[in-house]
Design a protein around this ligand. Structure first.
Ligand SMILES: NC(=O)c1ccc[n+]([C@@H]2O[C@H](COP(=O)([O-])OP(=O)(O)OC[C@H]3O[C@@H](n4cnc5c(N)ncnc54)[C@H](OP(=O)(O)O)[C@@H]3O)[C@@H](O)[C@H]2O)c1
Length: 242
């Protein structure tokens, strides 16, 4: 798959490196062409580094994961193609799937610079609100309206370092990644990209429900930063009442 990424920061680096390692073609983009090119070079080096998967799996193991188990590990599709860097418009044009990974402050300007080529494409929205969460201004429908793309909200619930783990597995369970979107083909593409991380895609409903993912992130991040074990607020499924 050709994956264009609007962004050259942490999320672009973490997820883009995983997908490059899995054999996808990746182009990132940022405000500073030379900084983006340097980032693309480090991503290529990391994606191709011998033993990178094993090293990251050790980290997962140290964090309660299952290094060395039969849980799927990224890096299975074949040859790694070098990560490229381009302008916002070039990355939008390049991607069969395009991930929007810019900070909220730059979102509208970047999407305007990206041009009209996102219309009809799968567009992954990883954004969380900066500052107080505002339910009157959800981000996912804004991205849909600005791009005309088939937006899928995903990857916003976990810190960037989680997306560097190969695989993100905790206590023997692959991380579940909820997806909210309306377009079946776009959802199918993002499910594939979730599975390429060694994670399990979860159907979160249509794009109208993306605001619930944004609210959940705001709530959970508040708990974590307050020192609580946010994961502990949910019971095992046997006690879910279903
Ligand atoms: N970090 C996390 O743990 C995490 C987790 C889940 C979701 N997210 C979401 O992922 C998105 C990207 O986060 P990130 O951690 O990758 O951020 P980051 O490392 O700060 O990178 C931000 C990217 O946005 C670009 N940008 C464009 N206009 C900008 C502006 N006016 N101000 C600031 N940056 C601007 C930056 O361009 P340059 O390259 O030119 O600097 C950079 O490529 C955000 O929406 C965030 O809410 C982050």
């Amino acid at each position: 798959m050709r994956i264009g990424i609007l962004g050259a920061g942490g999320m672009a680096d973490a997820l883009g490196t995983q997908w490059a390692r899995a054999g996808h073609e990746v182009m990132i983009s940022g405000r500073d062409a030379s900084a983006s090119a340097a980032r693309a070079a480090t991503m290529t080096a990391e994606a191709t580094r011998a033993g990178a998967v094993g090293a990251a799996a050790e980290v997962a193991g140290a964090q309660g994961g299952v290094a060395g188990s039969d849980v799927p590990v990224a890096g299975v599709r074949g040859e790694v193609v070098g990560v490229r860097a381009g302008s916002w418009a070039e990355a939008a044009e390049f991607g069969e799937v395009v991930m929007v990974a810019v900070r909220q402050a730059g979102l509208v300007g970047v999407l305007e610079s990206a041009g009209g080529t996102l219309r009809g494409k799968p567009v992954i929205d990883v954004a969380n609100a900066e500052g107080p969460y505002d339910p009157a201004h959800p981000i996912a429908p804004l991205i849909r309206d600005l791009t005309g793309g088939h937006v899928v909200k995903a990857f916003n619930l976990c810190h960037v370092d989680v997306w560097r783990l190969t695989p993100p597995v905790f206590d023997g369970r692959p991380l579940a990644v909820p997806l909210c979107g309306d377009d079946p083909a776009a959802l199918a593409a993002v499910r594939t990209l979730v599975a390429d991380l060694g994670c399990t895609p979860v159907d979160g409903g249509d794009l109208d429900r993306a605001m619930l993912l944004e609210a959940t992130a705001a709530f959970m991040i508040g708990l974590w930063f307050g020192g609580a074990d946010a994961q502990a607020v949910l019971p095992p499924v046997a006690y879910s009442g279903v």
